[in-house]
Design a binder for this molecule. Structure first.
Ligand code: ADP
Ligand code: MG
Length: 318
């Protein structure tokens, strides 16, 4: 396969991220060889981005390099894992070297920031698609499952939600200008690795918000066999989304739009004070939005009455 030449791999994908001591062998043989510390478990996740499905044709390759790794690191963050390694399977319609260089730049900058080493992958020819696998480690007691939320625990959300959804809405509407800060939230999500570190040992359950706040909290509730009440007035919104909701009354956008990659987690009441201390130094907010209760499903307080019904129709809501 001409695309999978060692030349391309050497030029763009060898040496991405730090050379970790725990990597016995990275790019170059039939497999990577990785060493796990004796007391750590391996956590593995994979996510694929397909052109015209997960991103618009002609998207900026540097942003795609960033995002394809970021969405995987977000899954590791949601489970409380420290990111270590990644693999990258690229399907490309042709060899476009400027595209590859920009893609590798975006991927590499994020990999350096979170000390993730690219240890292998594949290049094939076909419709543009990017499949990344991320591997991380965690001590068993630090792993954050989505199934371990308990009654009366507090529900928290990092950052703000709805920004990526609003950016996508503006980008699809040629009449609307999409501000750069908003667009970056869609194109360059920041995996909440530091937040995951801060809440480790305190949070009881966690999920990352990729399908939308309501849907993903719904997954967590279902897995934990509990319900929740969320206060609309506590939902953290950026000024852009706040203005959009005020003008349009479209409450569902921040609650249902995906791609935010914030964390939603629960914490027992008696650990809440310590949690607040821990997250204080983070460069983004961590906001309590509601409480776990016994009745299955997700309920909202302080939300326009019509919307509650609309949300009930939402597949993940019961
Ligand atoms: P094989 O045919 O044995 O699967 P390849 O010729 O596809 O190996 O790849 C050679 C080496 O380069 C392997 O170690 C593989 O993991 C690595 N590699 C291939 N493509 C990529 C990529 N896009 N990014 C990082 N490493 C890659
Ligand atoms: Mg081989």
């Amino acid at each position: 396969m001409p695309l999978a030449e060692f030349g391309l791999i050497d030029r763009y994908f060898r040496g991405i991220g730090p050379a970790l001591d725990s990597t016995v062998l990275g790019v170059g043989d039939d497999c990577a060889v990785l060493r796990l510390p004796a007391d750590q478990l391996l956590l593995v996740t994979t996510d694929t981005l397909v052109e015209n499905i997960h991103f618009l044709a002609g998207s900026d390759p540097e942003s795609l390099g960033h995002k394809s790794l970021a969405v995987n690191l977000s899954d590791l963050a949601a489970m409380g894992a420290a990111p270590k390694w990644a693999t990258l399977a690229l399907t490309l319609p042709d060899v476009n070297e400027p595209w590859l260089a920009a893609f590798a730049r975006g991927f590499s900058a994020l990999a350096e920031r979170y000390r993730v080493q690219l240890v292998g992958g594949d290049i094939t020819q076909g419709p543009l698609s990017i499949c990344v696998q991320a591997l991380g480690t965690a001590a068993a007691e630090r792993i954050l499952y989505r199934s371990s939320a308990g009654l009366d625990e507090r529900i928290y959300v990092t950052g703000t939600i709805g920004d990526a959804g609003l950016a996508l809405k503006y980008l699809k509407d040629s009449e609307q200008h999409c501000p750069k800060t908003l667009r970056d939230r869609l194109d360059r999500p920041e995996p909440r690795i530091e937040a995951s570190r801060s809440i480790g040992g305190l949070a009881s359950a966690c999920i990352d918000i990729s399908d939308g706040f309501a849907a993903d909290l719904g997954h967590l509730l279902k897995a934990s066999n509990v319900g929740a009440t969320v206060d609309w007035n506590l939902i953290p919104l950026s000024p852009h989304v706040r203005r959009y909701v005020d003008q349009s009354n479209d409450f569902s956008l921040p609650l249902c739009a995906g791609d935010d990659y914030e964390l939603c987690f629960t914490v027992p009441a008696q650990r809440e004070e310590e949690l607040i201390r821990q997250v204080q130094s983070l460069p983004f907010p961590c906001q309590r939005v509601g409480k776990i209760d016994r009745r299955p499903g997700l309920r909202f307080e302080n939300l326009a009455p019509g919307l509650d019904l609309l949300l009930k129709g939402y597949e993940h809501f019961s």
